[in-house]
Design a protein around this ligand. Structure first.
Ligand SMILES: C[S@@+](CC[C@H](N)C(=O)[O-])C[C@H]1O[C@@H](n2cnc3c(N)ncnc32)[C@H](O)[C@@H]1O
Length: 260
């Protein structure tokens, strides 16, 4: 009885403020029923990664997006080959990837893990990066300018200090690929937001990807980064490579065979 009166008063007050409270049947089912929500190891790692790298929560990676990326890394964990991240910002992704690998092999120290970044933020957006869908921002303008997402190499080295064998390649993509030894890669995370460096990264890494290896392009399905999608689509269409488009924003390629 009292609870009913209280509820009615709350409803009235909220209505005066211009809002309405309604019961949504089964709302809880859709909010809290997923395995990733209950994955204590993942949440502990993510919380530590955010703290160690100083990455603002939600700034670059949603919980769901990062969880998905890690599932693709798990897929290749028993394969031979190197791992690369193009675009690392403060190091959150690499932190999560290296710890995931350490979960499988406690002696993992970052060997075979390569980070490529200007450490000066985004390069200059080009014509292909101009927003073409008004849902994403101002059409005709790039979502963010040169220098966004800048973090220094010393900051990232410190945040990833538990993995001393990581190799850092500081410089603009694609110049920082020059002179690298010929290596095979089993997993590549491309997260450079823009057309030019996404195109240059896929052109460099796809031919060096192992059979069964995976490339995750972080920005593929984000309307605010049209250049990343164009770059991947152009390359993949020309070679008839299918791209999985995820609801969390990534585009994923799994190399199926030597002819692909
Ligand atoms: C969105 S952030 C990466 C986020 C990161 N993967 C994470 O987990 O938090 C984009 C990164 O791409 C780098 N970047 C953008 N354009 C680049 C280019 N042309 N060459 C090298 N690095 C670039 C920036 O310096 C920045 O660190």
């Amino acid at each position: 009885m009292m609870a009913g009166i209280f509820r009615e008063w709350v409803r009235r007050i909220v209505r005066v403020a211009g809002f309405e409270i309604r019961r949504v049947p089964n709302a809880g089912r859709y909010l809290k029923n997923m395995m990733y929500e209950a994955d204590a190891r993942y949440h502990e790692l993510r919380a530590r990664g955010l703290a160690m790298t100083g990455t603002p929560d939600g700034k670059t990676k949603s919980i769901e997006k990062q969880y998905n990326t890690i599932q693709f890394l798990r897929l290749v964990q028993s394969m031979d080959g190197c791992i690369a991240e193009c675009g690392t910002f403060k190091g959150l992704g690499s932190f999560m990837f290296c710890h995931t690998l350490r979960d499988f092999d406690p002696s993992y120290d970052g060997r075979g893990f390569h980070i490529f970044d200007s450490f000066e933020g985004l390069s200059e957006p080009g014509l292909q990066d101009r927003i073409d869908d008004s849902r994403a921002g101002k059409p005709g303008e790039a979502f963010m300018g040169a220098g966004s997402f800048q973090a220094g190499i010393d900051h990232v080295r410190k945040a990833l200090g538990e993995f001393p064998a990581i190799e850092y390649h500081k410089g603009w993509i694609p110049q920082c690929f020059k002179g690298l030894p010929e290596l095979k890669y089993r997993f590549v995370h491309i997260d450079v937001d823009l057309y030019d460096p996404t195109r240059d990264s896929i052109e460099y890494f796809y031919p060096r990807l192992c059979e069964g290896g995976v490339i995750v392009c972080d920005d593929y399905a984000h309307l605010q980064w049209p250049g990343a999608r164009k770059a991947l689509d152009e390359y993949c269409d020309s070679k008839a490579i299918p791209v999985l488009c995820l609801t969390t924003g990534q585009g994923v390629i799994i190399k199926r065979g030597p002819l692909q």
